[in-house]
Unconditional design. Sequence first.
Lengths: 289, 596
Amino acid sequence: METIILQLAVNGILLGGLYALISIGLTLIFGIIDVVNFAHGEFLMLSMYFCYWMWALFGVSPYFSLLLSILIFFFIGRIVQKLLIWPIIEEPMLNQIFTTLGLSLILMNGALLFWKADSRAIRMPGLAQSAEILNLRFSYPRVIAFIIALTIIALLFTFLKKTRMGRAIRALAQDRRASMLVGINVDYHYQVAFGIGLACTAAAGALLIPIYNVSPTTGQLFCLIAFVIVVMGGFGYLQGSLIAGIIIGLVESYSGFFLSIHLKEAVYFMIFVLVLLIKPSGIMGGKER
Amino acid sequence: MKFIIKRKNSILSYRNIFYLLALITLILSPIFSQSSFYGDILFTVFLFAGMSAAWNLVGGFTGQISLGHTVFFGVGAYTSTLLYLHFGWSPWINLIGGGLVATIFGVILGYPCFKLKSHFFALTSIAFGQIMYFISLFWRELTNGANGLIIPFNPGFSNIIFDSKIPYTYLALSFMLIILFVSYLIRKSKFGSYLIAIKEDQDAAESVGVNSSQYKLYIFMVSTFFTGIGGVLYARYIMYIDPASVFNIGISIQLGIISILGGLGMVLGPLFGAIIIIPLDILLRGWFGQTFAGLNYMIYGALLIIMIRKAPQGIVGWLKEKYQPYFESLLRVSNTQELYDDIKIKTKEFVLINQYGKKGDVLLEVNKINKRFGGLRAVKDVSFYIKQGEIVGLIGPNGAGKTTLFNVITGFYQPESGIIKFMDKKITGLRPPYKVCDRSIVRTFQLVKSFNQMTVLENVMVGAFHKINSYTIAEQFAKKIIRFVGLEKSTYLLAKNLTLCDKKRVELARSLATNPRLLLLDEIMSGLNPTELNEFTTLLRKISNQGITLFIVEHVMKPVMTLSDRIIVLNYGEKIAEGPPKEVSENEKVIKAYLG
């Protein structure tokens, strides 16, 4: 029994790292640009498709496609920010919400139109194995995903804290107008921030494809998880998303074993309502950003 | 001008004739709905127009974007169907029952969310919808999972199941008309006025006594109730429900799109929107079918993005804008006396009722207030008092902590220590700010906060509603105050079209309309030209003569020195001087603070 409990903890934490990466992309965009990207899940789905096709057509490993995917989605992010978000940045929140929702509809149904509703998966023989340490099984793709996800998150934190551009981006998150006054190029830095947000998601997509199937609605499912994590972590707080991501991973792992794999959404719901009732501002809410 | 007054009184104006014809067309339209295709379209148009109107109450009027209305739709549908199948309850009872259960879900979502930023609400509501989908899918014992629930075909009035489409269509039509009527009533009431004020500027609304989280929750309950009933009607019409069709984010988005296309916050907007969107949706689905599955939603998405960018005001908004200039030329009131001819109800004279004590009694007492932001002590141990009927000026260089002190007094900030007493009652840390207004203290803002999409009259009425519940009396009272501040010529203009000076007058009038004892004015004279300054000085003197105590933060020295009975000087968060204007202006510390 003890082994099972520990094994579930391992599974949960490994999964949680990936969830954290997805949510951090979302919360970064929100925290800095003050826009909720409702198309976030769709970008995850597209990245998964990209890596799938790279593998299916050219036999490229998803871990190599990961790098390409990060680059491509960084630029897609810049374009989306430049063409769709920037022109309405000063307008009421409603316009921004419905713009990203429209984008989500287009992307999801575009995927449906081109690739149909079939669910697709990568089957790589080398990846099906797992290591055993102290009676605990560590599946390779999950371990790799966890390590890469945490590395990316660490890099992101360092970038935001230590570099000049990172500091400029954090300044923008505090006050757009004041940042403009001290000479920060708002347009450009917003593009970079959006690009990084999508790049995180794209990386998560590449790491997910060896583990999960992809279909046009995959994005919605992960988007839901990301939303729950972002709300739980405190809107716009990166550390909060990291902690909440791991918590949700653990919850999913345990509830899947002790209750039923189908009830995991119901458990999210319970957590979600509890968070709303007890501390709606989230784990990190109210602290300094 | 005469035209306006006439238009209001005459039943047979063009506008009313148009409405009447439209209503007759609507009522007659279902008669031809025997054909199933036409009947389908008509039923769906009415149902979705109704539900979108319910969405519009929250999204359009109040500015809270709900992306989870499918929850209430689905909960209504499931509640009524389950009660009908398991207990044989009549669907007529379930209409209300479904609505009520949906309202309960609405409270669960709305109560915690409305205390937070509105982004939060949009995101939370969308997640709520997704989760309900999964729950209904996997709670098989209750919902029969993905197989859904089938309502047996058993025609009869008591079952709300009919052979023909006509009764259904009439049912949906009445549903829609009821919601549109309710929307209209709300729009023309204190409640609606508050909702729009919240959308325009929540801080300003709170400052004149609007309990924003409470009103947001109320309107959300109304909205979810009707959406739940919509779900019941849908279930009776389709006679089959499953998780994918009723807990579908597409429905939430569609309700939003309909309102946006028709005109957000406009009573009739959803009807116009539904007349265009629903047939289009049904046709697109028919054309593209299975081979191009998804294409119709792509068009939807593109339409949404383009519309938001190019025509955010919607159809009704566009019509209004097109004809507004014509009306505005009429609305620029030329003979003000005429405007006030229609005041029939006697409103209370503009003086303080149950004045507190005599002139000279201490009204506001501030004792050793401290407020810090991180390491910065913005206000340090500041104490002072204000007497009934006084005009007190608060001056000091930039960053002296004047606005912070204001925010502490009016409940926008919480002080670390110290006591504030108003009329001998403690008001320290009284939050949220509307509670401060309940004690008859009202403030204006440094950066002017008029409700820009409302007319001057509507702006001032928001204030008047603090003490008055009736719409007509509030309107009369607001007009009186508008005349008092000298804005009567702009009564019917939108606040966004006014000059800075007039916007400030609007804000002042709005605050006065709450009938305050103490008025806190935050740099109300900055940015005015010398003529306007003179007018404002006279106006403030006039207000003071009505018995209202004034506390003024000001940068512009001349008027504040001539107006004030007493001056308090702040520097680096500390009070450095206090006394009559002349004495203060000769104080060495003050001269040093200003000139360095």
